[in-house]
Design a binder for this molecule. Structure first.
Ligand code: SF4
Length: 472
């Protein structure tokens, strides 16, 4: 089925960082919380933010259990990191994210109203996940959760409004509530806050049974029930972004026809720690799948209402994020480093996992790697395509150099295979930048045995991409 008219759907180029899984709740549908989980040291957090910002994310979602500060090991860790409370730690995390032009989003359970006041000028958005039925009976989803029910959800929304904090509502569905309860909650919440200038978007969160959670035997909701709630949320919130995580429920164009217009925060770079078993599709995969149905994918930023966008705390970060998003939306070629590069990506299960980025000095790149038997062509000899790939990678990095803002792609390369390359022997792949004319960069590479014999050589031309998509 294809949409007759061209529809569009947005997404946020997001990333998730786990602060701690320690939680004082114990929701039956949750596979995230873990007793005694340590707190992420603030220094490590800084490194992660730096990396995510360099790789083009525009949003970071900080995940933690609720009130982890109630546990002694978290208190000790906070003190060690120089914080007297968990709120101080979160405020610092938000400020560090904004400095790196990442819009901070907190998904840390409910915060009490005294704590919440401190987040009015933190520049963050906060996620409130709500349920539609009390479900506190024996064996029910909220049996072991303290004070979680539809009224506490509504109170949390009121607190966001009172403190003028941008927020997003997540409807947790399929955890034992009836369809009537589910749809009624959506209608009630719609009447209550659809006109709230601090409400940014709505997320539909269908329960998925996962091995770690106590409700793992419960089947997920059928697709027609999901469609009905999408329709209801659209009716109750006619102008908002309404999303379903594409790694949890992917049925297009049906969802768009029901009223979905957003994929929400897609954690392309980090995966989703709350649903570890579900692979997050890459931007390219999503785009290609949606285009088949005549649905255009475009990027948006986290904040969407003027009340949230015009805040002084977020102004600088929001402006540069918007510029980046505009450039990417106009671009024909999106160069996103999602750590899946065949040669150097640590998240590509079929890749070579060579940490090439650690081998750059100035505009040279040199690393050593011993190809195993799976890379052979004739018996005992490395396949020429692998050698070409290694030299291409090394030249690309040599061109872009250390700490360089330059982004370049291979335009062409010429290879000479001089001798057969044996399997299992450590090979040094060395490349250097040798020249530049206008926006074209020239590099050379060779593959060398430990005794100094050269096995293959290459020369390549690399085209600089100044703005994403502009091959110059
Ligand atoms: S859903 Fe959130 S509040 Fe509930 S147990 Fe999991 S981490 Fe804690």
């Amino acid at each position: 089925m294809t949409m007759n008219k061209c529809a569009s759907i947005s997404y946020i180029f997001s990333s998730y960082i786990e602060l701690t899984r320690t939680c004082h709740q114990s929701c039956g549908y949750c596979s995230f919380f873990k007793e005694d989980c340590p707190l992420l040291p603030i220094e490590t957090l800084g490194q992660k933010l730096e990396d995510l910002s360099k790789r083009g994310a525009t949003e970071v979602v900080f995940l933690s259990g609720e009130s982890p500060q109630n546990f002694p090991h978290i208190q000790i860790a906070l003190n060690k990191n120089g914080f007297s409370s968990y709120a101080d730690y979160l405020l610092e995390a938000c400020s560090m994210a904004l400095e790196k032009n990442l819009m901070p989003v907190l998904e840390v359970g409910y915060l009490d109203s005294f704590t919440l006041e401190r987040f009015t000028s933190a520049g963050c958005s906060i996620r409130i996940n709500i349920v539609s039925a009390p479900l506190a009976g024996t064996g029910e989803a909220l049996e072991k959760s303290r004070g979680r029910n539809p009224s506490t959800g509504r109170a949390a929304i009121e607190a966001m409004h009172a403190n003028q904090i941008p927020y997003s509502i997540g409807f947790v569905i399929g955890i034992g509530e009836s369809e009537e309860e589910r749809l009624k909650l959506v209608a009630d919440i719609g009447r209550f806050c659809t006109a709230d200038p601090y409400l940014q978007d709505l997320r539909i969160l269908p329960f998925q049974p996962t091995p770690g959670c106590s409700m793992r035997e419960r089947p997920p909701l059928p697709f027609n029930a999901i469609t009905r709630i999408v329709e209801k949320v659209r009716e109750a919130f006619p102008v908002h972004h309404i999303s379903l995580p594409p790694h949890l429920c992917y049925r297009f164009p049906e969802l768009v026809e029901a009223g979905l217009n957003d994929l929400g925060s897609v954690p392309i770079l980090t995966g989703d720690p709350v649903h570890e078993k579900f692979d997050v599709p890459s931007f390219e995969t999503l785009k290609a799948r949606l285009e088949k149905h005549n649905i255009q994918l475009y990027e948006r930023d986290t904040l969407s209402t003027p009340a949230a966008l015009n805040r002084p705390e977020t102004f600088a970060a929001a402006s540069s994020i918007r510029e980046l998003i505009e450039r990417r939306n106009l671009s024909k070629l999106n160069l996103i480093d999602n750590d899946h590069c065949f040669v150097c990506g640590s998240r590509n299960s079929g890749g070579l996992h060579i940490p090439v980025h650690d081998s750059i000095k100035g505009h040279t790149c040199s690393f050593t790697w011993a190809p195993g038997p799976v890379y052979q062509s004739y018996a005992g000899i490395v396949h020429g395509g692998i050698l070409s790939t290694l030299m291409d990678e090394a030249m690309g990095y040599a061109v872009m150099g250390e700490n360089s803002e330059l982004v370049a792609v291979t335009a062409d390369m010429h290879i000479r295979y001089l001798r057969p390359t044996p399997i299992g022997v450590p090979l040094t792949v060395a490349a250097t930048l040798v020249g530049q004319r206008k926006n074209m960069y020239f590099a050379r590479a060779s593959i060398i045995l430990p005794d100094g014999n050269v096995l293959a050589e290459a020369e390549g031309r690399f085209a600089e991409i100044k703005k994403p998509g502009e091959l110059k």
